[in-house]
Design a protein around this ligand. Structure first.
Ligand SMILES: Nc1ncnc2c1ncn2[C@@H]1O[C@H](COP(=O)(O)OP(=O)(O)OP(=O)(O)O)[C@@H](O)[C@H]1O
Ligand SMILES: [Mg+2]
Length: 266
């Protein structure tokens, strides 16, 4: 469904991807981890069309999309959330999702209203449909961000740190929402520092570092990979990764990684 072939992307000396090849099948669930600033969000930009690679090809559903912009890729079925959500705060929740269905998904009138209503139901914020987006709390804003992506009717959903800053029960609710979306056939690539959330959902995990993926496969094996552990050494992520492999009996530890402030980390 998604294929990156020999993709290179650099910002000056910062290497996001170096001759990177990667593919995701229909309905797959893939987690991406990696330390702050390695280029995870930028990688999503390369997939969604917000960023152009220096070289290499991106294909989606059998088509070369490297030269297509994000609007065109969205209409083909690539939906994404943003690490720093920017809903239209003066619009209602419903209007925000309707704009996504129409402008992102290219849906018209009745179809767009149906897609918007369905996206709100699926993400559990139908009850807030008529509230201005500015009135939403953190969990609801995360749900709205997912709803805006879902309203475009994606076959590939890119989630960028949607679990940050939430409590464990809130994260569990989000996972159920994402699992239900995936169960209907939408492939999911999820960037997340909250490794316990990722491992609860994904079948496959990889770690971005230095423009390349370290490890790619069964989540427990990737987290146990010495290179992955070295990359994370001394960080909170490493602790989270270890916790995910050895669930604590108490369970109710907060999911907030250091420096995570409402998804506003760089
Ligand atoms: N448009 C841009 N122009 C120049 N540099 C950029 C641009 N976008 C990102 N960068 C740089 O590229 C690097 C990767 O940023 P990116 O946001 O993709 O990392 P990330 O892995 O998502 O980090 P985090 O875990 O903090 O979200 C950073 O050094 C960032 O400053
Ligand atoms: Mg990021």
């Amino acid at each position: 469904m998604l294929q990156l072939d020999h993709v290179t992307k650099r910002f000056g000396r910062v290497v996001i991807a170096e001759d990177l090849s990667f593919s995701v099948g229909a309905g797959d669930t893939v987690g991406i981890v990696g330390p702050n600033g390695v280029g995870k969000t930028s990688l999503f930009g390369l997939i969604s069309g917000d960023l152009a690679p220096n070289s290499g090809q991106v294909s989606f559903a059998g088509k070369a999309v490297t030269k297509l912009d994000s609007a065109a890729r969205c209409r083909l079925g690539i939906g994404r959330t943003y690490q720093v959500p920017r809903p239209f705060i003066d619009m209602t929740v419903f209007e925000n999702v309707l704009v996504a269905a129409q402008q992102g998904g290219g849906l018209r009138r009745k179809a767009s209203y149906a897609a918007a209503a369905e996206a709100l139901e699926r993400t559990g914020i139908a009850g807030e449909a008529n509230l201005p987006a500015s009135r939403l709390g953190l969990l609801q804003r995360k749900r709205l961000e997912i709803a805006r992506a879902v309203a475009t009717r994606p076959t590939l959903l890119l989630l960028d740190e949607v679990a940050g800053g939430l409590t464990d029960p809130e994260v569990a609710q989000l996972i159920e929402i994402i699992r239900a979306i995936n169960a209907e056939g939408t492939a999911v690539i999820w960037i997340e520092h909250v490794v316990r959330a990722l491992t609860a959902l994904v079948d496959r995990l990889t770690c971005l570092y230095g423009g390349a993926f370290i490890g790619d496969g069964e989540p427990a094996a990737v987290l146990a990979n010495p290179k992955v552990r070295e990359v994370y050494l001394g960080s909170d992520i490493e602790t989270a990764a270890v916790e995910s492999l050895q669930p604590s009996p108490g369970g109710a530890t907060p999911s907030t990684p250091r420096g995570e402030t409402d998804g506003e980390s760089s």
